[in-house]
Every structure is written in structure tokens, then in C-alpha cells.
Design a binder for this molecule. Sequence first.
Ligand code: NI
Length: 178
Amino acid sequence: MALLNIVRLGHPAIRGGAEPVTPEELARQEIRKLIDDMIDTMRDADGVGIAAPQVDVNKQIIVIEVESDNPRYPERGNVPLTVIINPEILNPSREKELGWEGCLSIPGLRGVVPRHRALEVKGLDREGKPVHYHAEGFFARVIQHEVDHLNGNVYLDAMPDMQTLTHLQEFERYWLES
Ligand code: NI
């Protein structure tokens, strides 16, 4: 297990975007090791997702895992460990819904972001096999958040206004529904 350094907003990698992973790269041990390390890093930070630019790698790789006991996102249900390489979002629902987001690269803050309620995503798994998911709710939200990272965007860019932006401590004190 190896933990990678998570770069924060302000580091050029966060705005730099990401390139598709080629089949040759996927066959190499380095990419598999990178994915393993991204998983370890996400879990260590209690994150629900991480994108390669957040560990200063400009490749189109996202990792998502939501455990129902995650202290950062309680009661969000379960999304089993999901690795998507070169993800492409298809058929986003017209309907959007509001929800709270944070980001490992923007520590200590939360904000309300509108996201498509449902979508499909296709890409490759870590073995290079095609995958295609139908996602709704929080899973769909995390996919949109992570794919944004691959385009050099963060959740702040998707907020229609900054009125809900809050520090974590104030989030728990003033915003969290009891
Ligand atoms: Ni993020």
C-alpha cells in the first residue's frame, strides 16, 4: 500500500485536465500500481472518489467508492469500488438535483451543487474491459464530480452561487439536518 500526495486547488494539475489512457499504457504495471495507490489514498482520506489529476497525474482515471459508514458523507448508501478509465458520460437526465459536495483537493469546505440526477457512463475497467454503468443519485453525482476533475474543473465551478459555501465545522453546526 502506498499513499499518494493529494494536490490541492492552486496546484496546476487541478486545472490541467487529463489525457486518455492508451491500451499500451493500460497494459503496463505502472498504471495498475497507480490505480491501487489511488484507491489506498482515497480510502485513507475518507473520500468517496478521486481523479488522477488530484494525485498530479494527467490521465483519465477515476475511482469511486461510497461506504454507508463514511463519516464525511453519512447515509449516502453504498457504491462498491468502481474504477473507470477514460470515462464518458452519456444521456444525462434533464432533471437535476441539489446536493452537498466537498473535495479532497479543497479541504474543509462544502457547497451545494446541482447535478444531473441520472446518467450513463462508459469507459474501461482496470483490466481494459469495457464497462457501462447506469447511475442515479449520489453515484451519478460523484461521477460528475470526478469527470469534472478530468476536465480541469472543480465543484466550485458548478455552483450557481457561493451562498452555501461553508467550512466543515459550520456545515455540521448550521447546515446538517438533524
Ligand atoms: Ni474532488
